[in-house]
Design a protein around this ligand. Structure first.
Ligand SMILES: [Zn+2]
Length: 279
């Protein structure tokens, strides 16, 4: 891992002086919490590739098999906890309402970190776990289900019994089959979430990209939208990515060692809330 000297300081200065920031995270940040990536050869489960299971067609063909796979993944993820990078981001969002977060991860660790960060403030802030509507889960959430018939979404942490079609989870409203509330191959992202993410990208002075190669859309576009509207891109990734050559600052390091070191630790001062200094 090599970064040019002073990159960390440049990143810290850019973030400290930014009016608005969009953070974009991917599998790398969760891998450091032990979340399996289910990519490549090691992602095979019973010789199925994720592309063969995470599709609407697979669910229609064999909902039991798809739920069995998700049950296994949910179990693996439930043993993982947010790491210091998740927590540093959650605490930063709590301090500064001008920090938005879009994640490609479905593991819910950012929401868990937000709950942990908010705990000391619980008395003054009765609102649940969602950090001020500024956590955009681009690809959905594995511990949330959606009714395949009526579309109702709900938190869903109970273990899955995928021993037969009859034991699969059902909608409490219409008794339709529930499915994981994640975006599958061949499906579109939620247009409302997508629109919010692009608005953040446009208004951000800095797009901080952590642990994603940013080749999957819309991640790649979000960072470049910030750059094309006059903002900066800061990349934190142990590997070079397609974004490296266009990033203002690119740091070859892991999320857990670098994110806590570069996020501003003081409350924002000297600028009105919601101001976008880029304009
Ligand atoms: Zn339903």
């Amino acid at each position: 891992m090599t970064s040019r000297p002073g990159e960390r300081e440049r990143a810290r200065d850019l973030l400290a002086s930014a009016g608005r920031v969009l953070i974009l995270t991917g599998a790398g940040i969760s891998a450091e919490s032990g979340v399996p990536t289910f990519r490549g050869a090691s992602g095979l489960w019973r010789n199925f590739r994720p592309e063969e299971l995470a599709t609407p067609e697979a669910f229609v063909r064999d909902a039991r098999l798809v739920w069995e796979w998700y049950g296994m993944r949910r179990e693996a993820i439930s043993r993982c906890e947010p790491n210091v990078a998740h927590l540093a981001i959650a605490e930063w969002q709590l301090r500064d309402t001008n920090v938005g977060l879009a994640t490609q991860n479905v593991d819910g660790l950012h929401a868990d970190a937000a709950r942990t960060a908010r705990r000391p403030h619980a008395a003054s802030d009765a609102d649940g776990s969602e950090p001020h509507g500024r956590l955009l889960e681009l690809h959905g959430a594995i511990f949330r289900s959606m009714c395949a018939s009526c579309g109702i979404r709900s938190d869903h942490r109970e273990p899955i019994d995928a021993s037969s079609l009859a034991t699969l989870p059902r909608c409490s409203s219409c008794a339709g089959l529930l499915r994981p509330d994640v975006v599958w191959f061949g499906e579109s992202l939620d247009p409302i979430i997508l629109e919010r993410a692009f608005r953040w990208a446009e208004e951000a002075d800095v797009c901080l990209v952590v642990g994603t190669s940013a080749v999957v859309q819309p991640a790649a576009s979000l960072a470049t939208v910030t750059r094309d509207t006059g903002g900066a891109i800061i990349e934190v990734n142990p590997e070079r990515t397609p974004l490296t050559s266009v990033a203002t600052v690119s740091i070859r390091d892991t999320a857990t060692s670098m994110v806590p070191a570069i996020v501003p630790t003081l409350p924002p001062s000297g600028r009105p809330p919601g101001s976008a200094s880029k304009i």
